[in-house]
Design a protein around this ligand. Structure first.
Ligand code: SF4
Length: 311
């Protein structure tokens, strides 16, 4: 081992990670342990844990790392996992990520369920977007949220983990501030519209750590990018925050913590407000017509939207 080899601050093995805030270094084993400890802590402090927890699993890098970390912490958390994948129907992109998702589940020994937009809504995302491609991610997000809720209900899942990491939260905080759109700031903080509660076990894990974790777990694969992924503003905000983090270590963590605090206060304020069933599909929400029926019209509810209600 050469003299200039940087070593883990804990065990003196070669380091793979440097914490910018503390200046400490970690080897692959201790970096994995550090990520898994934060994941286990987020899960264990999320309130009463059911036996079985769903993981929203797109097959991309973040959800792959999340599934691997949650599998690695199962001895500690005592939960069984089921990976829930939504196939939106995006030609030339989703086929490969779904194949990868199935492979990862088989390697990790995790139960896997896939639900598709055509099965649920009668159309693929590609078909739905023919008239409104510029709103791709908004439309996709609304429908995917519902698809996951339906899948969770079908599987009796009361707790659903998503792969949002610390950088995602910091970016959202800044984008909300830039847009001054209170609706976006409050999104998801109202009374629970969902059958399953959500947790974000990576909320205190940075994007770089997530990527490294996926690589160290041997599960990182380069996958095609979604053809609708424009996200110009988010990309700009990402670069801005990364530059800030370089110059002022801790900025990312502080912005993410600020976003979490605002959400938690808004959630407290709105708790206790009732839900009303959508007049078209019956799904509980805050308005007369839910977002899915506003998007797709009444036809989808007749074709398959009331599927979980039939059980
Ligand atoms: Fe959906 Fe947008 Fe993500 Fe593509 S980039 S999968 S359209 S949210």
């Amino acid at each position: 081992m050469g003299d200039d080899q940087i070593l883990c601050s804990l065990c003196r093995q070669p380091a793979v990670w440097r914490d910018r805030e503390t200046g400490s270094h970690l080897c692959s084993l201790h970096l994995k342990e550090s990520v898994e400890n934060r994941v286990a802590e987020m899960i264990c402090t999320a309130g009463p844990l059911p036996d079985r927890v769903g993981v929203a699993f797109s097959g991309g890098k973040d959800s792959t790392a999340l599934l691997a970390a949650m599998t690695a912490t199962q001895d500690h958390t005592g939960i069984r996992l089921i990976a829930l994948t939504v196939d939106e129907g995006i030609g030339g992109y989703r086929e490969e990520t779904i194949r990868h998702a199935a492979q990862v589940c088989s390697i990790l020994g995790v139960e896997h369920r896939i639900i598709s937009f055509p099965d649920l809504f009668g159309y693929s995302l590609d078909e739905i977007l023919q008239q409104q491609e510029s709103r791709a991610c908004t439309v996709c997000g609304i429908l995917r949220r519902r698809a996951l809720e339906i899948l969770a209900e079908e599987e009796g899942i009361r707790l659903l983990a998503t792969g949002h990491n610390q950088d995602d939260h910091a970016q959202t905080a800044l984008m909300n501030a830039f847009s001054a759109d209170l609706k976006k700031v409050c999104a998801g903080t109202g009374p629970s519209l969902r059958y399953a509660r959500r947790i974000k076990p990576f909320a205190r894990v940075s994007e770089r750590e997530v990527t490294l974790y996926a690589i160290l777990a041997g599960l990182f694969t380069r996958l095609p990018e979604c053809p609708y992924a424009g996200g110009a503003l988010r990309n700009e905000v990402r670069s801005l925050l990364n530059r800030f983090e370089q110059q002022f270590p801790g900025s990312m963590r502080n912005a993410a913590a600020c976003e979490a605090e605002i959400r938690s206060r808004l959630r407290e304020k709105s708790s206790g407000k009732g839900l009303v069933p959508c007049r078209i599909c019956g799904w509980p929400g805050t308005g007369e017509i839910c977002q899915v029926c506003t998007l797709l019209g009444a036809g989808w509810a007749r074709s398959g939207g009331d599927r979980p209600r039939d059980r």
